[in-house]
Design a binder for this molecule. Sequence first.
Ligand SMILES: [Zn+2]
Length: 301
Amino acid sequence: MRRCIKQPIPEIFAAWDAMKEAAEEHVRGDFVRAEALFRQADSPKVWEWLNSAWVGVTKNVVEMKPAGDTSVIPKSERDPDRNIAPHIRKAVLERDGYQCRYCGIPVVHADIRKIAAKLYPASVGWNNRDASKQHAGFQCLWLQFDHVEPHSHGGRSSTENVVISCALCNFGKDRFTLRQLHVEDPRLREPEHTGYDGLELLREFAVPKPRVPKAKKPAVDLCLSVQPAAGTERYFIPGAWVSSGYLLTPIIEGKSRWFKLSEEVKAEYAVRNGVGGCILVCHPKLLERRGINGALLLDTH
Ligand SMILES: [Zn+2]
């Protein structure tokens, strides 16, 4: 018997370290460093480790018909809730923490990956239909809720039968039983709680969808083609967005700030060094008033 289908490689933990540091740098406001770290975590070795095991999963089976194994039961007899209810997910996550119960690697919720991909579109690539265009770190550490006993074999969507797992341990296991895979039952071990935090500190940076009223003049003022007014400066604010005539910033030193767009205050979407955000053209005093150090944000593009 083995603990998991495939032994994790050190590069996975290196990718996790880079992602964790990236999230911390983002919170600190060093967006360029955060971008570089997310890029670093997109490791080809990690990608290969996962993708060679979750495609053609039958090869992960050690014994197709082990003695005493469960078998597929009629659909009418299965748990009608194939999807795991939110309160079960919450309880399982609280019990297991952000760590795969099989192989022990850290895991990150898909919500967090979506936030990171919005903040850093150039380094956190994600295409749902094409695994080759998915960031290796987020792909490998993708938090799953795994039915230990397969749903098709009568496994319930309950806290007793569901554990937190990584992408490989869930998708690589597919419809097969632990006996078929020669994998130990993770429920016989206590959850380890090694302190992985699932990068949840990024959750507060979720960018709401801009609500631009329809059939009205677009709220975004194109400023790059316009000569800036005297006394104004051009800033690049990573992660900022424009909505209904306002530029809104991500959390800077504890809070989000907003600027009302006008003749003197103009904004436009832009990407700098792979980081998405907004160009803001305005008088430096507007940033000063909001306690933002404008010198760090001057757009030198
Ligand atoms: Zn795992």
